[in-house]
Write a protein that binds this ligand. Sequence first.
Ligand code: BDR
Ligand code: CA
Length: 307
Amino acid sequence: MRIPVIIDCDPGHDDAIALLLAFASDRLEVKAVTVVAGNQTLPKTLNNALRVLSFAGVECEVAAGAAAPLVRPLVTAPQVHGESGLDGPALPEPAFGPSGRPAWEAIIDIVRNSPQKVTLIPVGPLTNIALALLTAPDIKDNLERITLMGGAARGGNWTPAAEFNILVDPEAARVVFESGVPITMVGLDVTHEAQLYPEENEVLRAGGRVGRMVAELVDFYARFHPRFGFKGSPMHDPLAVAAVIDPTLVRTRALRVDIETQGLHTTGQTVVDFFGVTERPPNADVALEVDRERFIRMLIEAIKSYG
Ligand code: BDR
Ligand code: CA
């Protein structure tokens, strides 16, 4: 039986690749794609989600969500993803539009009515997920898990302490981490190890029209990462999808994670209690190791399958 999932995203180069991985998988049944502001403003991330799915020939409900974080002004990432949020390949305009309902309503409705428990895969700021949980706490009972890309046990990529998705909406992240729903945190500890190397991008480029488009996405996205001393480009969001398709790709540890919302230097930090000093029960399975080779093999096969 396929795992019913909803992907909540802010495309975004790695978000786009995550969507393609999810739709190629015969383990997943993508019930909806919900979109949030993050890497770029909402009109841009929404248009990008629709353009990528249209280009790949995928039809699915796409629902527009929050245009801004719960309480803060929006921070975007044009340095990484460009002015469009998806700079690089020349993608045609979308072949279809968003559904008429807001993202959180789509999430609530789909989760409430699913005969099987649903897994949420948020790979952007957690605003839509928090809004769904706050509006309809009953959905927690029909959620299998939230496997999210965000946070880090060590270090940050937007500030020294914070990863981008958590930094953009830390209040929403707090709602999610305190929800009681089982969480897998796929953070920088593993996504920085899950790099696609330049020679692997050439394999994608040779793999059909979708492969070529993905390679062009990576060409643009790769410009940002030499400053971190990386050889390749971290496949942050695809790794969260992959961890649902095959949880053995990452090794996790059950730990207490709290979200800093008021730090002078640390707002948006995922504070991970490795030594149990808070004496509070774990609330997340934190991914600490990844099998990069196997993950990249899965990703390349998935993209190639589009032809
Ligand atoms: C996360 O931030 C975004 O720029 C990426 O799409 C990813 O979700 C990595 O910190
Ligand atoms: Ca993202």
